[in-house]
Design a protein around this ligand. Structure first.
Ligand code: C5P
Length: 224
């Protein structure tokens, strides 16, 4: 069958990556976590003390950033590399989450990431999740999904993930971070988080991952 591109957008911690990974596995497609790219750039900026209010400094910094995705040798899951260093784990830290929306709002940063994302989708067979995939990266994607979930459920899910690595983390901190990112992401000037007009909305507050997958696979059949 013909390959398509699948764009998954939505607020933070709505289960976008869970769905995207399931779909990629099921359809034998490539999963691309676009948020990991913005997190990677943020990590580079923080480590190298880049003043991201300075356009020249940003431009120079971006020239030194090489991002790639490679499968984990054991699990086969796609993982992100920054200049040949596996940073899949470190970019999930709250320190990165606190700054990433600020960095992702910068125009040259978006141009840098979007160009590479579009390149990865050229041959189709890609499932990409993020905030602007259906609107900006793949406006012609054959299937677009916009995910939402109740804020309490989202906070709880993200809290469980972060708590496993850092028992000092609090629910309040996690909630504040999700709300802040959603606000900045949907109010920024350059490709803000928006539901594409032709996106299918999935509210997974009361759906298990497998129920959600079944629902979307039905839609895939219709999209090809
Ligand atoms: O998906 P994730 O939560 O890892 O994304 C981290 C941040 O990266 C988002 O809060 C948003 O600021 C930014 N992002 C974006 N555009 C995308 C994906 C992520 O601006 N396509």
């Amino acid at each position: 069958t013909e390959k398509i591109n699948i764009a998954i957008d939505g607020f933070s911690s709505c289960g976008k990556s869970t769905l995207a990974k399931q779909l990629a596995k099921k359809l034998n497609y490539t999963y691309i976590d676009s948020g990991a790219m913005y997190r990677a750039i943020t990590l580079y900026f923080l480590r190298n003390h880049i003043d991201w209010t300075d356009e020249d400094e940003i431009g120079d910094a971006l020239k030194n950033i090489n991002l790639s995705f490679q499968p984990n040798s054991k699990t086969g899951d796609s993982e992100i590399y920054l200049n040949d260093e596996n940073i899949e784990y470190v970019i999930r830290d709250l320190v990165i989450a606190e700054k990433v929306s600020e960095v992702a709002a910068i125009r040259p940063v978006r141009e840098f990431a979007v160009k590479q994302q579009q390149e990865m989708g050229k041959l189709k067979g890609v499932v990409m999740d993020g905030r602007d995939i259906g609107t900006t990266v793949f406006p012609d994607a054959e299937l677009k999904i916009f995910m939402t979930a109740d804020i309490t459920v989202r906070v709880e899910r993200r809290f469980q993930e972060l708590y496993a690595k850092n028992p000092n983390i609090t629910i309040e901190e996690v909630k504040a971070n999700l709300e802040m990112r959603d606000y900045i992401d949907s109010h920024r000037e350059h490709s803000p988080l928006r539901k594409a007009a032709d996106a299918l909305v999935i509210d997974n507050t009361n759906l298990t991952p497998s129920e959600q997958l079944i629902k979307v696979l039905e839609e895939c059949k219709m999209a090809v």
